[in-house]
Design a protein around this ligand. Structure first.
Ligand SMILES: Nc1ncnc2c1ncn2CCCCCNC(=O)c1cc(-c2ccc(F)cc2)cc(O)c1O
Ligand SMILES: [Mg+2]
Length: 213
């Protein structure tokens, strides 16, 4: 069978980006998405907003739900201090394999822990298996109808603390209305919406929710 779209993106990155240069890897994924085939990575418009959140929080421990091809992992880890712990969870084996190669090409493999699992299974194991006390920052970008279930799992497993910044992609499209309603009204978060288009045209945005502890 011919290769998947994700494999075509990987091939383009390997052929056009510079090994060990995360910015060139991000630029290659964005360029392929603009000129050849769109892909559901967070992209450069919302990515720039994410950059700002990471720089402001300077997290020592970070969790990502939904690795996909590793674009947002490369994007965020390139801004983290050397000793920071970054864990990213992906359920799709093929996409996780593509992500592993993209992350390695960017030279960030020693700074990213990739986990192949359903989020609901791994969240309760993070403290014991990955020696995590709590997260300074979380990026949620997996199945939209799992966002609410998983932020409640993070709360129940005491993985959030006062000041943890939880960022969720796709609040408008494909949409996570139950999640948005929860973080905005439950009283446990200081929540703000940050608009960012998909592929320069489709209205979307990310919710930034700071846990009150
Ligand atoms: N560890 C785990 N546990 C559970 N599910 C897990 C998982 N790891 C992965 N998944 C499964 C995630 C599947 C991808 C989720 N993302 C999306 O579905 C997504 C779709 C769009 C989109 C936009 C315009 C369109 F026209 C069409 C689609 C944009 C985005 O930014 C998206 O993030
Ligand atoms: Mg997304």
């Amino acid at each position: 069978s011919d290769m998947s779209k994700e494999r075509r993106v990987l091939q383009y990155v390997l052929q056009t980006a510079s090994r060990g240069d995360p910015d060139s890897v991000l630029a290659a994924v964005d360029k392929y998405g603009r000129e050849k085939e769109w892909n559901m990575s967070v992209g450069d418009e919302k990515g720039a907003i994410l950059d700002r959140f990471v720089k402001e929080r300077a997290p020592q421990t970070m969790l990502e739900l939904g690795t996909y091809m590793g674009y947002s992992a490369v994007r965020m880890v390139r801004l983290l201090p050397q000793g920071a712990k970054f864990i990213t969870v992906e359920v799709n084996q093929d996409n996780a394999a593509v992500a592993k190669e993209i992350i390695a090409f960017a030279g960030l493999q020693d700074r990213i822990i990739q986990v192949l699992a359903e989020t609901a299974e791994v969240i309760p194991q993070l403290k014991s298996k990955f020696n995590v006390e709590s997260f300074d920052m979380v990026f949620i970008d997996h199945w939209k109808d799992f966002y609410l279930r998983d932020i409640k799992l993070l709360e129940q497993n005491k993985l959030l603390r006062k000041g943890t910044v939880v960022v969720a992609d796709n609040i408008i499209f494909p949409g996570a209305p139950d999640y948005a309603d929860y973080v905005r009204t439950c009283g446990k978060y200081e929540s703000t919406f940050h608009e960012g288009k998909i592929n320069g045209k489709k209205p979307d945005g990310m919710e930034k929710s700071v846990y009150r502890g």
